[in-house]
Ligand binder design. Structure first.
Ligand code: FAD
Ligand code: NAD
Length: 459
């Protein structure tokens, strides 16, 4: 069979593959662009965009129920119409997907293939019965929800299917108390569902420092979410009445929990299993993540892996940065590397968490001598004025260099405020630059300099 020849093949239209296809095409390269499901990938269709749209609806519901504290008497009876929440989300996504689709269709250098790609030989891809080849192949296949054993025959939900619901779950049981479980848990509780979160670890979001984990646990518990910690979720059972029972191995509480719906949020798995990587000799690790160097190249010259599937990031901004690394090194003569990136992300519970750099635990494990700055939101005027005093902000500083190694801003605006600390970290400047700065009043950020005036040694 004749192979269709391209300058580049891009597998997956995620946060890296999509901009890369347009960039390559703008440089006159003939590109084969392959997507098996939705154009725009996880973030746009079943990840960031829909969840943050729902978080906004959940927040509006919360505001409607909590006016009285601020002297605003809102009549009782606020109700969430999940059909309308979903319709708003669907319209928002459609606008973006339509934009990408139109851009792909009218681009003469992009040949779009709607289908599942896999390797059939050295630098050869098969899709929809066609064979394609190129000297450069970019793999951007992302990941999907990991489904543990024991849930066969159970009508469980994932991050994807839960976003299709049009009727509110009466009792949503969530297995996994981490980023996905907590965001969905809080929004559905605010929408009006009963929510139980089962987490295997002794605390939620185990990658965070204990203090962050405890604060979020406490405010979610105060909102009425039930938690089962130290609880391994062993299996699920579909009942005749449509409910689902989850068998829980736990020191405390009943051994089973029955709910109307079950969301599995126990991590992600890369979509590399169907790529037949062996056919071209690309190596992946035991968990299926493709191994790449600092420039995102695999062990096979000319084949690159970008985004979640390379295991070097798990966020939209890290996938997009992978695109920038490839594009700017290739076309702009730059020398950008994955290792230049500082870890940062938000957790969009309300109030949100903004994170940058190392946690305190990680910094201590790495042997740094640490200074710590911390300030509770309850001691920040603007937070008090807003009536939103949950959380705190903190930073850890290398005692030898005075550079900030990491920061957490958990509280109102934390997802935005973190950037001011992140920018200082990118500038590689000492914390004293911000400590001695003047910030506008009244803001949460104006207390960052004050926070940095009171450092304590971490032992
Ligand atoms: C519920 C949820 C909420 C999230 N919220 C946030 C957030 O707030 N902020 C944040 O930064 N990140 C968030 N993330 C993570 C973010 O969505 C991902 O990190 C990001 O989408 C990764 O992009 P990517 O480019 O690696 O690939 P993806 O966006 O996953 O795209 C990969 C694409 O490849 C396609 N594909 C796979 N295999 C093949 C094949 N063999 N052939 C053809 N096509 C294929 C897939 O269909 C998919 O469209 C969230 C994730 C989830 C699940
Ligand atoms: N705000 C954001 O940027 C955002 C939001 C959502 C998701 N994401 C991305 O999605 C990724 C995946 O998130 P996630 O929350 O699904 O996974 P995760 O890997 O962060 O956490 C999975 C959780 O499930 C628990 N668990 C595993 N098996 C269990 C069992 N049998 N019983 C009970 N608990 C069990 C683990 O202890 C862990 O706390 C994140 O790493 C993140 O990169 C990002």
């Amino acid at each position: 069979m004749t192979k269709l020849q391209f300058d580049a093949i891009i597998i997956g239209s995620g946060q890296a593959g999509t901009p890369l296809a347009f960039k390559m095409a703008s440089k006159g390269k003939k590109v084969a662009f392959i997507e098996r499901e939705h154009l725009g990938g996880t973030c746009l269709n079943v990840g960031c965009t829909p969840t943050k749209t729902y978080v906004a609806s959940a927040r509006r519901m919360w505001d409607a129920q909590h006016g009285e504290e601020l002297g605003v008497m809102i009549p009782n009876g606020a109700k969430v119409d999940l059909q309308k929440v979903k319709a708003r989300k669907d319209a928002l996504i459609k606008g973006s997907v339509d934009g990408i689709t139109a851009g792909v269709e009218k681009n003469e250098n992009i040949n779009f293939f709607k289908g599942e790609a896999s390797f059939s030989g050295h630098k050869t891809i098969q899709v929809n019965g066609e064979q394609l080849t190129a000297e450069e192949i970019y793999i951007n296949v992302g990941g999907r929800a990991f489904i543990p054993e024991g849930f066969e025959g159970v009508d469980y939900l994932t991050n994807q299917s839960i976003l299709q619901l049009e009727k509110l779950p009466e009792h949503l049981v969530i297995v996994g108390g981490s980023y996905i479980g907590l965001e969905f848990g809080q929004m559905f509780k605010r929408f009006g569902s009963k929510v139980t979160i089962i987490e295997r670890g002794p605390g939620i979001i185990s990658r965070e420092d204990e203090e962050v984990s405890e604060h979020i646990y406490n405010f979610l518990k105060d909102e009425g979410i039930d938690f089962r910690l130290n609880a391994s979720c062993l299996s699920g059972r579909q009942n005749a009445d449509g409910t689902i029972t989850v068998k829980v191995d736990c020191e405390q509480g009943p051994p089973e929990i029955t709910g109307s719906h079950l969301l599995l949020a126990v991590g992600r798995t890369p979509n590399t299993d169907s790529l037949n990587l062996e056919a071209t000799g690309v190596q992946s690790n035991q968990r299926g993540y493709i191994q790449v160097d600092d420039y995102l190249q695999t062990n096979v010259e000319g084949i690159y892996a970008l985004g979640d599937c390379n295991g070097k990031g798990a966020f939209t901004h890290t996938a997009y940065n992978d695109y920038e690394i490839i594009a700017e090194n290739k076309f702009d003569g730059k020398n950008r590397k994955v290792s230049d990136r500082i870890l940062t992300y938000g957790l969009f519970v309300d109030p949100p968490l903004g994170r940058a750099g190392l946690t305190k635990r990680e910094a201590l494990e790495k042997g740094f001598s640490l200074l710590e700055a911390k300030r509770p939101m309850s001691r920040i005027s603007r937070a008090k004025e807003k009536g939103e005093t949950k959380g705190f902000m903190s930073a850890i500083i290398d005692a030898k260099t005075n550079k900030i190694l990491g920061a957490s801003v958990l509280g109102v605006g934390g997802d935005e405020i973190i950037s001011s600390i992140l920018n200082l970290m990118y500038a590689d400047a000492p914390y004293t630059i911000v400590r001695d700065s003047v910030q506008p009043h009244p803001t949460i950020s104006e207390l960052i300099p004050t926070m940095l005036e009171g450092l304590t040694e971490v032992s």
